[in-house]
Design a protein around this ligand. Structure first.
Ligand SMILES: Cc1cc2nc3c(=O)[nH]c(=O)nc-3n(C[C@H](O)[C@H](O)[C@H](O)COP(=O)(O)O)c2cc1C
Length: 219
């Protein structure tokens, strides 16, 4: 464990500390919560799927070192999902983009975690009319969901009445506290099986992704 902490540098330390960070008052807002409630798709119709993904290209952790990713790992997995089924795709992006470099991103994330921040979204959240299933993807940051995911989930009203399947890419933590984070943020959503993919294995994960989509009944 010590070795992992040392290898991941600040991330491992952040991960250990993050578990102790309580929910705090938002420091910024994503704008008004949408007023339209989701309407389920008609019976017998194929489930309408929202694929909502946050992913950061640029310098990242990679097998104990660093690598510049042209496409973020979670985005690679999102591409495999899009290759397999029809979805509505929404990219979760921060109005103030995260740095290209890894260490400054770790520092910024840790500041956001400590502040209980809700970084503003770059674009209005999507409408949920007709959507009944949500595939919600992100990297694991400091062993939990990035704070921008909290902004997003709150902005869409916690996916009340919908089925949510979380998926993550990670370096060492697996899911970390991500399922618990979402469960706390979405008391009125139903959670189905999620998927974890190690970031370094993302480009080879197509069979795993398709297996998951089959198990959750989307293909
Ligand atoms: C700010 C930051 C914090 C991270 N913290 C963790 C962590 O606590 N546990 C872990 O396994 N990986 C951690 N990672 C690694 C990422 O989860 C992993 O590289 C992921 O695949 C990146 O996905 P992306 O390219 O879609 O952003 C962290 C990376 C960053 C940039």
């Amino acid at each position: 464990m010590v070795r992992i902490g040392a290898t991941l540098g600040a991330v491992g330390v952040l991960g250990a500390l993050a578990a102790c960070v309580p929910e705090q008052t938002p420091t910024s807002s994503a704008g008004p919560t949408p007023t339209v409630s989701p309407t389920p798709a008609p019976e017998g119709a194929l489930p309408r799927v929202l694929l909502a993904v946050f992913s950061r290209a640029g310098e990242n952790y990679w097998n104990g070192g660093r690598r510049v990713l042209e496409v973020g790992n979670t985005d690679v997995v999102a591409g495999m999902i899009r290759d397999s089924l029809e979805v509505e795709h929404y990219r979760i992006e921060a109005a103030d983009p995260y740095p290209f470099e890894y260490e400054p991103t770790v520092q910024r994330n840790w500041s956001e975690v400590q502040a209980g921040a809700r970084p503003s979204l770059a674009a209005a959240p999507p409408g949920l009319n007709g959507i009944d299933t949500v595939l919600l993807g992100s990297p694991v940051w400091a062993s939990q969901t990035p704070m921008i995911m909290r902004t997003f989930v709150e902005a869409v009203g916690g996916f009340a009445g919908l089925t949510v399947h979380p998926f993550v890419t990670y370096a060492v933590s697996g899911f970390g506290s991500v399922p618990d984070d979402y469960a706390a943020l979405c008391p009125d959503a139903t959670f189905g099986e999620g998927l974890t993919v190690r970031g370094e294995n993302a480009t080879g994960a197509a069979p795993e992704v398709r297996g998951w989509l089959a198990r959750i009944g989307l293909i």
